[in-house]
Design a protein around this ligand. Structure first.
Ligand SMILES: Nc1ncnc2c1ncn2[C@@H]1O[C@H](COP(=O)(O)OP(=O)(O)OP(=O)(O)O)[C@@H](O)[C@H]1O
Length: 246
């Protein structure tokens, strides 16, 4: 169970209350600047001075040690910023540093990650010489190679083509079937509606609505949060949307 109580940070996030058990895929949605990255960054220990409480399986997320955090959580940040020409195969190994696991498990998770994100041809190349989407796939593979119970992913589908966007959403769905808790910030509301079990809709740093997608993606909420009106198109292949600015 992840439990957030009155979670706040300066002007960026205000009194967020939310509770969710493991084995769920939770989409964090909201307009630019609404607080999605701030929320994930606080939970990942990247932003100090948050107030309120955030508890995960008895761990205090606002105060846990880097080692404790390492064993529980894998965090994908919003941006790909690489300055050093590190080889992709070394990035995968580095992502697993300090995990208390057998060498056999770590190797198996690396191999599985290479398969999942189709990195075979990229393994012996420096990360700085890959395209934006290829870099994103490497970062996602690193998250997978850590195999932690709590996954925080900030816009994992950004810069990916359509095929890989779907691959990522299907991968996240599988992680939650394995019993992990996945929190994912998304801009694509059709993907959020189609894949997420629950949504948190942030507006100006506050939690405007949370619950199942059809409870959250109402005309009223979307008009307030995004200043748009959306027509939804749903069939057995998935969900699409036609948005119009108000
Ligand atoms: N380093 C920072 N220092 C101060 N304020 C910041 C900083 N980074 C972001 N903010 C502010 O915090 C608020 C929330 O930003 P945040 O990045 O969490 O939004 P977001 O929902 O992730 O937006 P986006 O969709 O554009 O990525 C915004 O008002 C933003 O201007």
């Amino acid at each position: 169970m992840l439990e957030l109580t009155n979670l706040s940070h300066s002007h960026r996030l205000t009194n967020v209350d939310f509770k969710v058990p493991s084995g769920r895929l939770v989409g964090i949605i909201g307009a630019n600047g609404s607080g999605k990255s701030t929320l994930l960054s606080i939970l990942a220990g990247g932003l100090t001075k948050a107030s309120g409480a955030a508890e995960w399986r008895g761990h205090d997320l606002l105060r846990w040690s880097p080692f404790e955090q390492r064993q529980q959580l894998a965090y994908l940040s919003q941006s790909n910023l690489f300055h050093e020409p590190i080889w992709v195969k070394d990035m995968l190994r580095t992502s697993q540093v300090n995990l208390v696991e057998t060498a056999q498990n770590l190797a198996a998770w690396r191999n599985e990650s290479v398969e999942e994100f189709q990195l075979h041809r990229l393994m012996n190349r420096p990360i700085t010489e890959l395209s934006g989407g290829e870099q994103r796939r490497v970062m996602l593979a690193c998250i997978n190679a850590m195999n932690r119970p709590l996954i925080l992913a900030d816009e994992p589908t950004a810069s990916l083509d359509l095929n890989y966007q779907l691959l990522v959403m299907e991968w996240l769905k599988r992680l939650r079937v394995q019993g992990k808790l996945v929190l994912v910030a998304l801009h694509d509301l059709a993907l959020a509606a189609q894949y997420c079990d629950e949504l948190m809709l942030l507006h100006e740093g506050k939690l405007l609505a949370s619950g199942e997608p059809n409870q959250v993606l109402t005309d009223t909420n979307l008009a307030l949060a995004y200043k748009v009106n959306i027509d939804w198109i749903c069939n057995s292949n998935g969900v699409a949307m036609l948005a119009r600015r108000l």
